[in-house]
Design a binder for this molecule. Structure first.
Ligand code: ARG
Length: 467
C-alpha cells in the first residue's frame, strides 16, 4: 500500500480522485459483491446499452461515442458468456467490472456511459430485470405443474380414496378431486406471480443516485427499450425500493409451503402402510443396506427446500426493516437470498412435476382404505335426515351408535345387518345400503366444488380453459 500522500495504484479507479489509499483487505472482502452479482451481467449490459442509446438520442453524448460504447458492451457480453472474462474483486461489483473493461476496450468514450446515472439506479434496474425474468420462468414452470395435475385428475376423476381431516379418515373423496386441490393452490401461486410481474413493471433507470438528474434524459425511452410498461415515478423510492425482491421471496415461500405439503403427502402415500402411490425409479433412491427400500428422497428434499426459501424471505425483510431512505449498502445483501430461493424453487417445482407425472396410482389400495374407518358415516346420517325425516343432530347420534356397534363387532358399517341397524332406529330400511358404499358417497356430493366425479370434471374443464 502507498504512503498515503499520493494516489496509489490500488486506490479505486472509479472514485480514486477522492481517495489516497486503497481499501484494507477486509474492507474489500466485505464490500465486494462481484462473487454473486456477476449473475446480473446480461441485465447490466442490456441496461447500459439502453441508457447510452437514450443519451445519444437526447444529444447528451455523441452518436460516435454511443456506437463505441454499444460495440464495446456487446464484446463484453460475449466475453462473459463464453467464460473469457476475468472478474476482479477489486472492482467490487458487476457494474464496475463491466465499465472498467469497457474503458480498456474503447478508451475515453467509456467514461461517458455513466452520465446521468448512478450505480443506485443501475443496480435497481439490473436486479429488477433479473427478478422479472425469473418470475416469467416460474410462471411457465407452474403451468407445467398444473398441467401434470390436470392430467392425473382427469385420469382419476372416479378413483376413490379416503379424504382426511386431522389425518384421520373423514369422508371418501376422489383422487381427481384431491389433485384439483393442488391445482387451486398452484393456480393461486401463478396468479401471484402474474400480479408481481405487473407490480414491478416500472423502469428504475434515470432515478440516478436518488434525486434524478439535470441532464435532459428521457426515461420513457429507456423504459420502453427495456420492456417496462413505464418509468417509476419517484426517484427516492426507486433507489430504496426492494419490494420486487420481497414479493418474489414471499411468493416463493408460499409456493414452497404448498410444495412441502404435497411432498409430505407423497412421503406418507408411498409408505408400505399406506401404499397409495408407487414412486418411479426416476424419483426415488434405494438404501445401501436394506435391499427392500425405495425412499422418496426427492419429495423429502422438496419438503426441506422450504426451509431455506422461507429463511431468505425473513433475511431480506430483516435487512430492509428500519433502513432510512434512500439507498444504503445493506441492500447489497438482497441478491444472494433471491438467487438461492430462485434456484431452490425451480428445482422443487421441476422435481414435483416429474414425480406427479411419473408416480403410479394404486387405485385398489386407495379404494380399500376409502371404505374403512367408517368413512360413510356422514352418508348414513344424511340418509336418516332425508329418508326418515330426522333432525341432523339426532341422525348424528343414531349414526354414532351404529359406528360404535360396528367397532365393537370389528366390522364396517355396510356389514351390519338390517336387523342390527333397525334395533338402533326402527325407520331404517334396506335402501340405506345404497348410500353406504364409497362410490355412492362420492357420487352424491354434487354441490359446487364437491367431490362427485361429475363436479370434478367440470372443474378440470374450467382450468383447462384458463392457462
Ligand atoms: N453493488 C451494489 C449493490 O448491489 C451496487 C450499488 C452500489 N451503490 C453505492 N452507492 N455504493 O447494492
Amino acid at each position: 500500500m502507498g504512503d498515503g500522500t499520493s494516489e496509489t495504484k490500488s486506490s479505486n479507479q472509479m472514485w480514486g480522485g477522492r481517495f489516497a489509499q486503497g481499501p484494507d483487505a477486509i474492507m474489500e472482502e466485505i464490500n465486494a459483491s462481484i462473487g454473486f452479482d456477476k449473475k446480473l451481467f446480461a441485465q447490466d449490459i442490456r441496461g447500459s446499452i439502453a441508457h447510452a442509446t437514450m443519451l445519444a438520442h437526447q444529444g447528451i453524448i455523441s452518436a460516435e461515442d454511443k456506437d463505441k460504447i454499444v460495440h464495446g458492451l456487446s464484446t463484453i457480453l460475449s466475453e462473459i458468456s463464453s467464460g473469457q472474462f476475468e472478474f476482479s474483486r477489486q472492482l467490487e461489483d458487476i457494474h464496475m467490472n463491466v465499465e472498467a473493461r469497457l474503458a480498456t476496450l474503447i478508451g475515453p468514450a467509456a467514461g461517458r456511459l455513466h452520465t446521468a446515472r448512478s450505480r443506485n439506479d443501475q443496480v435497481a434496474l439490473d436486479f429488477r430485470l433479473w427478478v422479472k425474468e425469473e418470475l416469467q420462468k416460474t410462471e411457465k414452470m407452474l403451468t407445467a405443474l398444473i398441467a401434470a395435475f390436470l392430467d392425473r385428475a382427469e385420469e382419476h376423476a372416479e378413483t376413490v380414496m379416503p379424504g382426511f381431516t386431522h389425518l384421520q379418515t373423514a369422508q371418501p373423496v376422489t383422487f381427481g378431486h384431491h389433485c384439483m386441490a393442488y391445482v387451486e393452490m398452484f393456480g393461486r401461486d401463478r396468479s401471484r406471480v402474474r400480479h408481481a410481474i405487473e407490480h414491478m413493471d416500472e423502469s428504475p433507470i434515470g432515478a440516478a443516485a436518488l434525486a434524478g438528474t439535470g441532464f435532459p434524459i428521457d426515461r420513457h425511452i429507456t423504459a420502453k427499450a427495456l420492456g417496462f410498461r413505464e418509468p417509476t415515478r419517484n426517484s427516492i423510492d426507486t433507489v430504496s425500493d426492494r419490494d420486487f425482491a420481497l414479493e418474489f421471496l414471499a411468493i416463493a415461500s408460499i409456493c414452497a409451503t404448498h410444495l412441502s405439503r404435497l411432498a409430505e403427502e407423497i412421503v406418507i402415500w408411498s409408505t408400505p402402510q399406506f401404499g397409495f402411490v408407487r414412486l418411479s425409479d426416476a424419483f426415488s433412491t434405494g438404501s445401501s443396506i436394506m435391499p427392500q427400500k425405495k425412499n422418496p428422497d426427492a419429495a423429502e428434499l422438496v419438503r426441506a427446500k422450504t426451509g431455506r426459501i422461507n429463511g431468505s424471505l425473513i433475511a431480506l425483510l430483516t435487512v430492509m426493516k428500519g433502513l432510512p431512505l434512500a439507498y444504503s449498502k445493506d441492500m447489497q445483501e438482497d441478491k444472494e437470498q433471491v438467487f438461492d430461493s430462485a434456484e431452490s424453487l425451480e428445482l422443487a417445482i421441476a422435481a414435483m412435476t416429474g414425480m406427479v407425472r411419473d408416480m403410479t396410482i394404486r387405485a385398489d389400495r386407495m379404494k380399500a382404505a376409502a371404505g374403512s374407518g367408517y368413512s360413510t358415516a356422514t352418508d348414513l346420517a344424511d340418509w336418516l335426515v332425508r329418508e326418515a325425516g330426522l333432525p341432523f343432530r339426532d341422525a348424528h347420534h343414531v349414526t354414532g351408535r351404529a359406528v360404535a356397534l360396528a367397532e365393537q363387532k370389528g366390522c364396517e358399517l355396510a356389514e351390519l345387518s338390517l336387523e342390527e341397524l333397525q334395533a338402533i332406529h326402527a325407520d331404517i330400511t334396506d335402501k340405506v345400503f345404497d348410500v353406504l358404499t364409497v362410490e355412492a358417497s362420492v357420487a352424491s356430493r354434487t354441490s359446487f366444488g364437491g367431490t362427485a366425479p361429475s363436479e370434478v370434471k367440470k372443474q378440470i374443464a374450467w382450468w383447462r380453459g384458463r392457462n
